[in-house]
Write a protein that binds this ligand. Structure first.
Ligand SMILES: [Zn+2]
Ligand SMILES: [Zn+2]
Length: 248
């Protein structure tokens, strides 16, 4: 089924659900109007990218009139294997609440809807034309326990919006790792060392890749994945995330 027909089918289904049971906004639980799909207009509006100035390299919030072509105070010294980070918003307020919701089993549609908003923001502001979209791989064990991978759902939303293929078998997570949050920067790098491996080099060689994640804090995970992709011959990697966190 093409995207167009899939979208139409989803709208009919949504309209049908309105008749059977009132449809609720997946973010705030308010009743949806007949012309609202998955998100109410108020939530959709509040998830538009903030106008605050951001670092053009790591997308952290910066002061006004700063030249960030070579990075900001936070990222200047970091060596990134990806070219830049593009985020939809900052990890705060209602947007943070919505991102926390997508981690739950019922959060799949919300993840995909937010992914579509990220894709629209990306195509409206970036000239980068990816050959395909992929996401940070999770270990098969974690996926089995959680039942779904929210990052994959976000990436699918981005891919739908950009009309580019989503490929999830580019890399494998070859071993289970501890949660990155709570670790020091050096521990974070150590934790992820040799955690990812290319599943197929021929899929990666010479390709421009858009790597999707939910939240970027220090960027260690995205950087490790980008490193493996570039070592396997990727031409360029750009990172797209729903939210840039305030932490480092
Ligand atoms: Zn809402
Ligand atoms: Zn920066």
């Amino acid at each position: 089924m093409t995207n167009h027909y899939a979208k139409m089918a989803s709208q009919w289904l949504q309209a049908g659900l309105h008749v059977c049971a009132p449809a609720l906004c997946h973010s705030c639980d308010n009743l949806l109007d007949y012309d609202e799909i998955w998100l109410c207009n108020a939530c959709r509006e509040s998830f538009q990218p903030p106008i605050d100035p951001k670092c053009s390299r790591c997308n952290a919030r910066v002061g006004p009139h700063l030249d960030t072509n070579d990075g900001c105070l936070l990222c200047k010294k970091d060596h990134f294997y990806f070219e830049k980070v593009v985020s939809l918003g900052f990890y705060q307020g209602q947007f943070k609440d919505a991102i926390l919701r997508i981690k739950h089993l019922q959060g799949e549609q919300l993840a995909r809807t937010l992914g579509a908003l990220l894709g629209a923001h990306f195509s409206g502001t970036q000239g980068f034309q990816p050959d395909f979209i992929t996401c940070i791989p999770v270990h098969w064990w974690k996926r089995l326990i959680k039942g779904h991978n929210q990052t994959e759902s976000i990436a699918l939303g981005v891919a739908d919006e950009l009309k580019k293929p989503f490929v999830n078998s580019v890399l494998r997570k070859v071993r289970h790792t501890a949660e990155q949050s709570g670790l020091l920067p050096t521990e974070r790098r150590k934790n992820l060392r040799n955690a990812f491996a290319p599943a197929s080099k021929s899929l990666i060689q010479g390709k421009q890749i858009l790597l999707v994640d939910d939240v970027l804090t220090t960027g260690t995970t995205a950087n490790q994945v980008a490193k493996v992709l570039m070592s396997a011959g990727a031409k360029k990697v750009v990172v797209a995330v729903l939210a840039r966190s305030f932490g480092r």
